[in-house]
Design a protein around this ligand. Structure first.
Ligand code: BTN
Length: 257
């Protein structure tokens, strides 16, 4: 195995690599700092959910980003990181994996393989950073899968991936990410980077719970992505809504959230 890439730090056990990256950022560490843990005991996912991160079974990694673009344009970075997962693993997998807006990586239409959690902190452009966390199940055969996740998650081993080393997998993902990030920051619109072919759900019926922002539930069909990475949803009247945040349920799939 080659030596640990520069600016990478590996922890045996940690609360959350997203938190350790926030601490590193606050201490002035540069963009490109990467933290990986063999186990997280406080791993978290989107919408305040717990992210189950058992020891030695997955890639639990966060990357420090200090984007130069205005903070309000940075929301698309989750999807860009998802694309880096898909592209970075392409050569290792016999068939391609699917991306679901805003942050999910699926093995098939209903089993989640991984996810991305980008958290923004700081005082605003240019003084902000993002802890971009990637969780990816590598091999769960010896893990005691919680009841509520059984049948709903997948791992790379069962998809035929022979590489099981989290650092090697993480390096591929990070390498795949930088050119996408550079193009996004230089002004290339997100839909030109993450195309309809990369997204599994264009044309799928969707329900968006917008109650956290005081809005009503939106139902419609996914029409694609907006310039900054918003999900475009066409309602029954044909009106297109731009969804920037919200709890999205794809109605054709069972068990996905
Ligand atoms: C999701 O699908 O809701 C996002 C999951 C993100 C999990 C990763 S694991 C590494 C990093 N540390 C965390 O606490 N979360 C992210």
């Amino acid at each position: 195995m080659s030596p640990l890439p520069k600016r990478w730090r590996v922890f045996d056990q940690i609360g959350s690599t997203n938190d350790s990256i926030h601490a590193a950022a606050a201490a002035g560490e540069p963009e490109g700092t990467v933290h990986v843990a063999h186990e997280q005991i406080g791993g978290r996912g989107r919408l305040g959910r717990t992210w189950w991160s058992p020891p030695g079974s997955g890639l639990w990694m966060s990357v420090l980003l200090r984007p130069k673009i205005p903070a309000e344009n940075a929301a698309g970075l989750s999807l860009l990181a998802g694309l880096a997962v898909k592209n970075g693993l392409r050569e290792l997998l016999p068939r391609s994996i699917s991306l679901y807006w805003p942050n999910d990586v699926y093995a098939d239409s209903s089993r989640k393989l991984g996810g991305v959690l980008c958290e923004i902190r700081g005082t605003g452009t240019p003084d902000y950073w993002i802890s971009c966390g990637v969780g990816l199940n590598i091999d769960l055969r010896s893990a005691d899968i919680p009841l509520e996740l059984r049948g709903r998650i997948a791992d790379l081993a069962e998809l035929g991936c022979e590489e099981r080393n989290p650092i090697a997998l993480g390096s591929r993902i990070v390498e795949a990410f930088w050119p996408l990030y550079e193009r996004f920051q230089s002004g290339v619109a997100l839909p030109d980077l993450v195309t309809a072919a990369d997204l599994a759900h264009v044309g799928e019926r969707v329900r968006v719970d917008r109650s956290s922002g005081g809005g009503e539930t939106l139902r419609g069909v996914v029409a694609g992505l907006g310039k900054r990475g918003e999900l475009l949803v066409r309602d029954r009247s044909g009106k297109i809504h731009e969804v920037l945040a919200g709890d999205v349920t794809y109605e054709e799939a069972s068990g996905r959230d």
